[in-house]
Design a protein around this ligand. Structure first.
Ligand code: NAD
Length: 477
């Protein structure tokens, strides 16, 4: 599969390719162009030369193209979801949901394109008027992860295009085919040459280096690990690029004594094992009041017993593989550390064996009880199917435990006391809080974190503001 530069599908400058594989079977799905620094430069040049024409289009014209992309993406929902399951591993039903979520951003930002308003600001001088304009930032680079391989692209590219920016994408090396098919949607929707450009590569460093050092790139939007995000933000600062950083998380899931333990455990099982635990908003610590810990654990266990691990294309599968062996080893390390320090394995705890699992990176859905804050799993992001359960005795202790992390992305509060729900939600240092609810996300709401989980917001009205500069006009009458 080729690169997409200036409206053309092209081989990499070196002619090299790399393979994309299925994490459930280990089988090669296809070869993809292996871009390097030269290719990255070509994508940036194409985006820079397309910028004047694209920003000059009306918001209505840009919106029409995004709406066409929305329609095409939904028309291809089945094909895109099947490819995603093969390349990333999530069960087909979840892949279909993700394609819908990805399309939502195309629709949402097509609408927002028409609502980019400036302001008229009163002046202290009678003979002066102030007006602000909102103008596109310029060439924007997007660097995306493998876990949501299509929606993370549209969440960045759609607002860039809506705002009048042009775009260069470097997708994750684990899911390049999903990126290629997403770009086919853009091409078929009539996005003009050079407005969106794709450089796939097996080694991100050289491509990222070109993006980060090239002054023509005015913004970098990154989704991925906090470790890489910090490095990218620091380097982007050298040419004062705008940055948006959607990074890792360590979500607390608080269950108070007045919560319905069944409802809480049901929600816990759904959101913890979502995408095999490989979502940035997956709970990483279940912090449960001592008085209901036993009933919560019993229900959670019952629900985990019903999960069906396997190849996401097989009917009935509810949990797919992890992305690779490195992830498997991380699960083993976190379980071993917790057990060494006194935790109990309630269910799971090891990689899955047997013919069905022999060629993929499968780890058993796991619950750990008796977990304490000194365990590795309480500080390191797990990004896998392990649910550690800690207990607390009072509200202040629960809040302190929840906030004892450098991350600040998502958090969850289960209680039937409305006062407590609001009090605790306000006290939690996280960007998104689910209250008796496991999905505080939508294209219509601002997605993002605080502390080391990132900078900026995606989706919502805030999502397009990230691609706009404010210009002031001071006018003498
Ligand atoms: P990652 O940081 O390894 O990779 C993300 C992207 O960065 C990929 O495109 C990768 O090729 C690139 N990259 C990796 N090393 C690089 C380097 N040295 N220089 C430049 N680019 C480099 O993360 P991942 O494993 O792909 O994704 C998982 C992480 O992403 C988790 O921490 C998860 O929480 C986070 N995530 C966050 C959100 C969010 O919205 N906050 C959403 C999804 C995933």
């Amino acid at each position: 599969m080729p690169l997409y530069i200036d409206g053309e599908w092209q081989s990499s400058a070196s002619g090299k390719t790399f393979a994309s594989t299925n994490p459930a079977t280990g089988l090669v799905l296809g070869d993809v162009a292996d871009g390097d620094r030269t290719d990255a430069r070509r994508t940036i040049e194409a985006a820079a030369s397309a910028l004047p024409r694209w920003r000059a289009r009306t918001a209505y014209e840009r919106a029409d193209i995004l709406l066409a992309a929305h329609r095409i993406m939904l028309d291809r929902r089945d094909e895109l979801a099947t490819l995603m399951t093969k390349e990333q591993g999530k069960p087909l039903r979840m892949a279909l949901t993700e394609v819908g979520y990805a399309a939502d951003f195309l629709m949402w930002f097509a609408e927002e394109a028409k609502r980019v308003y400036g302001e008229v600001i009163p002046s202290a001088r009678a003979d002066q008027r102030f007006v602000t304009l909102q103008q596109p930032v310029g060439v924007c680079a997007a660097i995306t992860p493998w876990n949501y391989p299509i929606s993370m692209i549209t969440r960045k590219v759609a607002p860039a295009l809506a705002a009048g920016c042009t775009s260069v994408l470097k997708p994750a090396e684990q899911t390049p085919l999903c990126a290629v098919e997403t770009f086919r949607v853009f091409a078929d929707a009539g996005v003009p040459p050079g407005v969106v450009n794709l450089v796939t590569c097996s080694d991100p460093e050289a491509v990222a280096d070109e993006i980060l050092t090239e002054p023509a790139v005015r913004k970098v939007s990154f989704t991925g690990s906090t470790e890489v995000g910090k490095m990218i933000a620091a380097r982007a600062g050298m040419t004062m690029k705008r940055v948006s950083m959607e990074l890792g998380g360590h979500a607390p899931f608080l269950v108070f004594p007045d919560a319905d333990p069944e409802h809480a455990a049901k929600g816990a099982a759904l959101v913890k094992f979502l995408n095999t635990g490989q979502a940035c908003i997956c709970p990483n610590r279940f912090i449960v009041h001592r008085s209901i810990a036993e009933s919560f654990l019993a229900t959670l266990r019952t629900r985990v017993e019903k999960l069906v691990p396997g190849d996401g294309l097989e009917k009935g599968t509810t949990v797919g593989p992890l992305i690779d062996d490195v992830a498997l080893k991380k699960m083993e390390r976190q379980v071993d550390d917790a057990v060494d320090k006194g935790a109990t394995i309630v269910i799971g705890g090891s990689r899955l064996s047997g013919q069905k699992f022999s060629n993929g990176a499968f780890f058993a859905p796991t619950i750990l009880s008796g977990v304490t804050p000194d365990m590795l799993i309480c500080s390191e992001e797990t990004f896998g199917p392990i649910a550690p359960v800690l207990v607390f005795d009072d509200e202040d202790e629960a809040i302190a435990m929840a906030n004892a992390t450098s991350y600040g992305l998502a958090g969850y509060v289960y209680t039937r006391d409305i006062g407590r729900a609001i009090r605790v939600a306000e006290a939690l240092d996280f960007g998104m809080i689910g209250i008796n609810d496991i999905n505080p996300t939508s294209a219509a709401v601002p997605f993002g974190g605080i502390k080391e989980s990132g900078l900026g917001r995606e989706g919502a009205r805030a999502g397009i503001a990230e691609y706009l500069d404010t210009k002031v006009l001071g006018i003498a009458l």
